[in-house]
Structure formats: C-alpha cells, structure tokens
Design a protein around this ligand. Structure first.
Ligand SMILES: CCCCCCCCCCCC(=O)SCCNC(=O)CCNC(=O)[C@H](O)C(C)(C)COP(=O)(O)OP(=O)(O)OC[C@H]1O[C@@H](n2cnc3c(N)ncnc32)[C@H](O)[C@@H]1OP(=O)(O)O
Length: 218
C-alpha cells in the first residue's frame, strides 16, 4: 500500500460531465449575505417562543421570499471551484450540506489543505443538536465524511465514500470551536484509506477511518 500515488492532473473537470462550475470568487456578496441571514434564521425558528401572530406573519413573509427566489434555480449538481491556500484548487457541490457555499443549512465547514491533509474549524449552533448541548452523531459523521472525502480528493482524485467507521470518544459540544482534520494513510488501486478526527481544545471527541473509492474517469 502506498501514499499519494495519484497525480492531481487526473482530477476530472465537472464540465465534462455536464455540470456547471461557479468560481468561488464569483458568488455574489449579496448571496453570501442572504445565506448567512437564513443560516441564523433557521436557528431562530428552531428556538423561538414568540406569539402566534408574529409566527404567522413570519411564515407568510418567508413563503413570499421562497416564491421569489425559486423563480431562478441552479442546475442540480452545480459545482464550485475553490482556490485553497497554497495554490491548490478543489471542486465541490455548491449546495453540499456540510461545506456548500450557498447552503444555509451547512454549518459551514470549510477545509483547507495542509501538509498532512486537510483541516478546518467550525462552531455549531442548536440546529445541529442531538443530546442536550451536544452535536448530533450523524452530523459528526457527516463532517468526518466531508473531511476524509476532501483529503482523499486533494491527495489523489475525487471519489465516493465506500466505508466510514466513526468512534465517538467524548461528547462533542455545541457553541465551541471544533477542529476537523483528515489525512490519507494509503492507496491501493482506486482505494484510498483515510483517517479523520474532530478535536475540542486539542482533545479528540470523534475519530473516523474511511475507504474512498476514486471515480473512474473515462
Ligand atoms: C468533484 C469532487 C468533489 C471533491 C470533494 C469531495 C468531498 C465529498 C465528501 C462526501 C463524500 C460522500 O458523502 S459520498 C456519498 C456516499 N457514498 C456513496 O453514495 C457511494 C455508494 N457506493 C458506490 O457508488 C460504489 O459502491 C463505489 C463507487 C464506492 C464503488 O463501486 P465501484 O466503482 O463499482 O468499485 P468496486 O469495484 O465495487 O470497488 C473498488 C474496490 O473497492 C473495494 N470496495 C468497495 N466498496 C467497499 C466497501 N464498502 N468495503 C471494503 N471495500 C470496498 C472493492 O472490493 C474493490 O477493491 P479491489 O478489487 O480494488 O481490491
């Protein structure tokens, strides 16, 4: 088993598969602002105890906004091209539920390339709550899935998660900076072996081992 044997030049261009590509810098600041406002709105809705009249008014306002925004929708599978610190680039789906630039439901967790693999920081609100005050285990797995996928993609070429095993070592708290890391440990033909961790103040709360299978490029 070897590490990092796949040259970056094999990365497929999503346009070859009919998927539109948006450069990250082209995303309008107004859209970024809207995504951030709606991210906060989801948290507000999940926690509000205001009176019924206010709730009814808010529902009507949001329904009207939804109709206005749905007039022009992106193609499903639209990709975003990100320039990473250090000069590397990465494609990701623009609505990715963990990292998508335009997804208000995403935490969002943005991962940068490091010498070892990838690393990102994120702080989660109650929208991601499982047990009281703690991050839902499924979201922990989702963030680790994203991290191992990104590490594999950057070190080799894009792939799909074939297997993901998560060990939950300690409760992962809300409203606390989380460090998410992942790195490739080996490759074998199209198989890429990856590990990932979530840390709180340096202490590991969850760790994953994963097998990614690289997508075959015709
Ligand atoms: C644009 C960029 C974005 C870049 C950004 C990327 C970030 C994305 C992060 C999110 C990632 C996801 O959520 S992905 C979504 C969740 N995952 C999925 O939906 C995947 C569903 N599964 C599949 O589509 C398929 O099973 C595949 C693609 C994984 C593999 O199918 P395949 O291509 O036909 O390959 P196959 O011949 O079966 O397997 C190849 C090798 O892997 C082994 N193998 C396959 N599955 C397993 C397994 N579960 N456990 C052990 N080993 C396995 C086989 O034995 C074989 O080994 P050998 O004979 O070579 O020894």
């Amino acid at each position: 088993m070897t590490v990092n044997t796949q040259p970056a030049t094999e990365r497929p261009d999503p346009r070859a598969f009919g998927l539109p590509v948006v450069e990250q810098a082209e995303i309008p600041s107004e859209l970024r602002s809207l995504v951030a406002r709606v991210h906060d709105l989801i948290d507000a809705v999940a926690n509000t105890e205001v009176d019924g009249d206010t709730l009814a008014e808010a529902a009507a306002t949001v329904e009207g906004l939804t109709d206005r925004l749905n007039v022009a929708r992106r193609q499903i599978g639209t990709m975003v091209l990100r320039e990473l610190p250090g000069g590397d680039t990465e494609y990701g789906t623009i609505t990715n539920v963990v990292s998508g630039d335009t997804n208000p439901a995403a935490p969002p967790l943005f991962l940068d390339a490091t010498e070892e693999g990838v690393r990102g920081e994120v702080t989660l609100n109650t929208v991601y709550q499982g047990p009281p005050g703690l991050v839902h285990g499924g979201w922990i797995a989702a963030m680790l899935d994203q991290a191992v996928g990104s590490a594999s993609s950057l070190a080799t070429s894009p792939g799909l998660t074939a297997r993901l095993e998560v060990d939950y070592r300690r409760p992962t708290p809300l409203f606390t900076p989380l460090e998410v890391v992942a790195r490739v440990t080996g490759t074998e033909r199209r198989k890429v072996y990856v590990t990932g961790e979530i840390r709180v103040n340096g202490e590991v709360t969850a760790e994953a081992t994963a097998l990614m299978v690289r997508v075959e490029v015709p």
